[in-house]
Design a protein around this ligand. Sequence first.
Ligand code: SD4
Length: 331
Amino acid sequence: MDRRNFIGMLPVLPMVSALEKNEKVGFGPIVISTWDFGRYANAVSWKTMEKGGSALDAVEKGINLVEEDEHNQTVGRGGLPDREGHVTLDACIMDQDSNCGSVMGLENITHAISVARKVMEKTPHVILIGDGALQFAMDQGFRKENLLTPSSEKAWKQWLKTSKYEPRMNIENQLYRKQPPMPGGKDNHDTIGLIAMDVKGNICGGCSTSGMAYKMRGRVGDSPVIGAGLFVDNEVGAATSTGVGEEVIRCVGSHLVVELMRMGYTPEAACKEAVLRIVKKSPEKSKSIQVGFLALNKKGEYGAYALQPGFSYAVKTAGTEIVIPGKSYYP
Ligand code: SD4
């Protein structure tokens, strides 16, 4: 069965009350990911771990699914380009031993998360950028392809008429926008942050995106920045972020969330504190942008918090498969 058919067979899940967050789960694999479409990635990740696979494989496989869906317009193939028409991908991955790998501004390769994993496993470095990242990917056997689909090219040409850089909030969340609950809805943004804990209790995470649509050429957001878009400490837990990356980088958001959990905050309380930090540093800007954090701790507790309503996340455990609306600072 190909992946698209697999997606088609998954049931449509209800959104559940925010009260169900921070649920404690029993021993076993768990995977959480950003936005409502994350459940498709979760299903693939969870299947990998159910059979005894590692959290690291689960992270890569789940994110690969989103990267190759060319109808979603901000991860992998089909991502909206920068303002000069180039699709540039950012991704990072981090494992239970704090090994990490990242690619920034990678072009013409769909599976940026897999290249990030190769950077982690095959090089003495953590980050490769642009042409160097592409050259490395090709050396590793990745296939070069055109990532700009006709519909993303059309959207970009339409955007050029006004050339107004104005990131839209919650375009990732298809249910919020009342679109069909499938990856690839109109305007869908689909940056994915995914955290998995396997049967051994090891936690790994990954994040993959083509970044903010119509960004300046060369702009890098939070997603491939270890500590900002993603952070894992296997003693404590992991966190990931979505939204306007510049604000996340300024507070090293995901690292902040993990450190707060180390101090005893629940995942939701830690995510909320990071959001409050953004509000405090950028009170005016915070009213008109979206940032969301999502976290998992070593006990299998999870939670999220966002600046604005509309953020959601997906959770898969042995007994649960849900999409949860994240609480927000602004009503
Ligand atoms: C970025 N944080 O490039 C990414 C974009 C994103 O949901 O997450 N959008 O800043």
